[in-house]
Design a binder for this molecule. Structure first.
Ligand code: UD1
Ligand code: CA
Length: 467
C-alpha cells in the first residue's frame, strides 16, 4: 500500500518517496518483498502523485494498481480486487492467489524473514487473517490489538482515534502487515464501512468483520519491534534513517571495514565497501558507490555513485560524483571530481583541482589548483599548478587531448580544441591555442623585458615632488 499522501509530513512529496538510507521508503519495501515473491506477484497500490511514485520504482518490474481516491487502507485492497482476485469474484470464480500478503509502503525496515514467518504462521494456523504485531513502549498512533483472552486469536484492531482509554493502554500494536486468505478477503471486504473517526475504509476492521463471521484471525508478535516502525512524521523518519544507517555500518564492520565514529557517517543502503578500508568520521558514501579494499577515506569527503578501486587514498574534503578511480590513486584534499571523471591507476588529483568528463591516465598528476574538463590525458603526464582547460567557448564544449609523458608548466591555459603531442613541454604561463607536436616545447606568452634601474628612478622622482 503506497497510495497515501502522508499529510503528517507537511510535504509536497508523497510519503513513500521520502528517502531513508538514501533511497525512497517504498524502494526498501519493494526490495524486501522481492526476496519473498517474484516481481510479477507484487502489486503496488499507488494513488497520490501516482505517476511520480510509479516512475521512482519503475526499474523493478512490479505491477501497479491505481487507487485514484484514497479512501483508506481497506479501500486500497478493494481497488486491488481485480488484480489479485480476478473480476466476478464471489461468483464461484477461482482466485489467482490463495494468500495475499499486505505490506505497508511506509514501513521500510521490515525483513524478508519476518514476512515469511507471517506467511507461514497464517498457513500453519489455517487462519483467514494473520497480522503481525509488536510491543511498543510508546504505542501512540498505532492500531491496538484486542486479543481473545491472551490467545493467538484476535477479536479486533482498534485505531488510536477510536480507542477507549483502557484500550489505549494496550502496548501490542498492529504493524500494518497482514496475510489474508484471498478468496475470504474478497468475499467479506464489502462489509467494511466508513463509520469511524476518519470516515475511511479501514483494512484493520477486517479483523472484527472476520471475527463476527466466525473466521479465524490470529496474531504473531515480532521480537524486533524496530522493524515494523512506520514513517508518518519527519521525526519517525529520522529515527528509521538513523537505525538503517547504523545497521549498514554494522554490516560493513562485519565485512572487515573500519569505521570511526559511525554515527557521524552517512552511508546509503546500497553502498559496497571491501575489507580493510578505513572510513574516517564525517564521511558520506552515497547511492551506488563501490569502494575497494585497503582504501582510506578521510573526513568530510562526500562520494556519490562512484567506483573506487583498491588502495586508493581520498584525503579530507574530497567531493566526487559519478566518477571512477583506479587502484592506488590519491585524491584530495579538497578535490572536486564531477561526473564522468576517470582517474587512472596511481594517478594523483590534488587540492583545489576540479575535473569533469576527463580521463587522467596511469600515474599522471594534477596536484594543485586546476580545472580539467572534457579532456583526455595520457599516462605519466604532469599538469602544473593552475592549469586550466578552456573547454567552453560560450556556446559549445571542446576537447583537450594531452598525450603520454607531456609536461604542462604551471599557470597554462589550454584553449580547446587543442592537442599536446606525446612528450611535449608547455612552458609555464603559456596560453596554448594551437596544437603542439610531439616532443616540442611550446611557449605562448609575451617575452619578459627588464628595465634596469626603473624602480629606483621612480622612487627618487616621487621624493622630488614631495619636497
Ligand atoms: C495503519 C493501520 C494501523 C497500524 C499502522 C502501522 C489502518 C486503518 N491503520 O495506520 O492500525 O498500526 O498502519 O503502521 O490501516 N494507504 C493507501 N491508500 C489509502 C490509505 C493509505 O495505499 O487510502 C497506504 C499509505 O500510503 C501507507 C499505508 O497504506 O503506506 C498505511 O497508511 P497510513 O495512513 O500510514 O496508516 P496508519 O495511520 O499508519
Ligand atoms: Ca503509517
Amino acid at each position: 500500500m503506497a497510495a497515501g499522501k502522508g499529510t503528517r509530513l507537511k510535504s509536497k512529496h508523497p510519503k513513500v518517496l521520502h528517502e531513508i538510507g538514501g533511497k525512497p521508503i517504498l524502494a526498501h519495501v519493494i526490495a524486501t518483498a522481492q526476496k519473498v515473491v517474484p516481481a510479477q506477484d507484487i502489486f503496488v497500490i499507488i494513488g497520490h502523485e501516482a505517476e511520480r511514485v510509479r516512475e521512482a520504482v519503475a526499474g523493478t518490474s512490479v505491477n501497479f494498481v491505481l487507487q485514484a481516491a484514497q479512501r483508506g487502507t481497506g479501500h486500497a485492497l478493494m481497488v486491488a480486487r481485480e488484480a489479485l482476485f480476478g473480476s466476478g469474484s464471489g461468483n464461484g470464480k477461482k482466485s489467482k492467489y490463495d494468500q495475499v500478503i499486505v505490506l505497508s509502503g511506509d514501513a521500510p525496515l521490515i525483513t524478508s524473514e519476518t514476512i515469511r514467518k507471517l506467511s507461514a504462521f497464517h498457513t500453519a494456523q489455517k487462519a483467514t487473517m494473520a497480522l503481525l504485531t509488536a510491543d511498543l513502549d510508546d504505542p501512540y498512533g498505532y492500531g491496538r490489538v484486542i486479543r481473545k483472552g491472551g490467545r493467538v486469536d484476535v477479536q479486533a484492531i482498534v485505531e488510536e482515534k477510536s480507542a477507549t482509554s483502557q484500550q489505549k493502554k494496550i502496548r501490542e500494536i498492529n504493524s500494518g502487515f497482514y496475510a489474508f486468505d484471498a478468496p475470504a478477503l474478497y468475499e467479506h471486504i464489502d462489509r467494511l464501512s466508513t463509520e469511524n473517526a476518519h470516515g475511511e475504509y479501514y483494512l484493520t476492521d477486517m479483523a472484527g468483520v472476520f471475527h463476527r463471521a466466525h473466521k479465524k484471525v490470529v496474531a504473531i508478535k515480532t521480537s524486533d519491534a524496530g522493524e515494523v516502525l512506520g514513517s508518518n512524521t519527519r521525526t519517525e523518519m529520522m529515527v528509521l534513517d538513523a537505525r538503517l544507517r547504523l545497521a549498514k555500518c554494522r554490516e560493513l564492520l562485519e565485512q572487515g571495514v573500519t569505521i570511526f565514529y559511525p554515527h557521524t557517517c552517512v552511508i546509503d543502503s546500497d553502498v559496497e565497501v571491501a575489507a580493510d578500508t578505513v572510513i574516517e568520521p564525517f564521511v558520506q558514501l552515497l547511492g551506488s558507490t563501490k569502494i575497494g579494499a585497503d582504501c582510506r577515506i578521510r573526513s568530510y569527503s562526500v562520494i556519490g555513485n562512484s567506483v573506487i578501486g583498491d588502495r586508493v587514498t581520498v584525503k579530507p574534503g574530497t567531493i566526487m560524483e559519478d566518477s571512477r578511480v583506479s587502484a592506488g590513486a590519491v585524491l584530495g584534499p579538497y578535490s572536486h571530481l564531477r561526473p564522468g571523471t576517470e582517474v587512472g591507476e596511481g594517478a594523483h588529483v590534488g587540492n583545489f583541482v576540479e575535473t569533469k568528463k576527463i580521463k587522467l591516465g596511469k600515474g599522471s598528476k594534477a596536484n594543485h589548483l586546476s580545472y580539467l574538463g572534457d579532456a583526455e590525458i595520457g599516462e605519466g603526464v604532469n599538469i602544473g599548478a593552475g592549469t586550466i582547460t578552456c573547454n567552453y567557448d560560450g556556446v559549445n564544449k571542446h576537447k583537450t587531448v594531452i598525450e603520454d609523458g607531456v609536461f604542462i608548466g604551471s599557470d597554462s591555459t589550454l584553449v580547446a580544441p587543442v592537442k599536446i603531442g606525446r612528450g611535449a613541454y608547455v612552458a609555464a604561463a603559456s596560453c596554448i591555442t594551437e596544437d603542439v607536436p610531439a616532443d616540442a616545447l611550446a611557449l605562448g606568452r609575451a617575452r619578459q623585458s627588464v628595465k634596469e634601474g626603473w624602480a629606483r628612478a621612480k622612487r627618487e622622482a616621487q621624493k622630488e615632488t614631495r619636497r
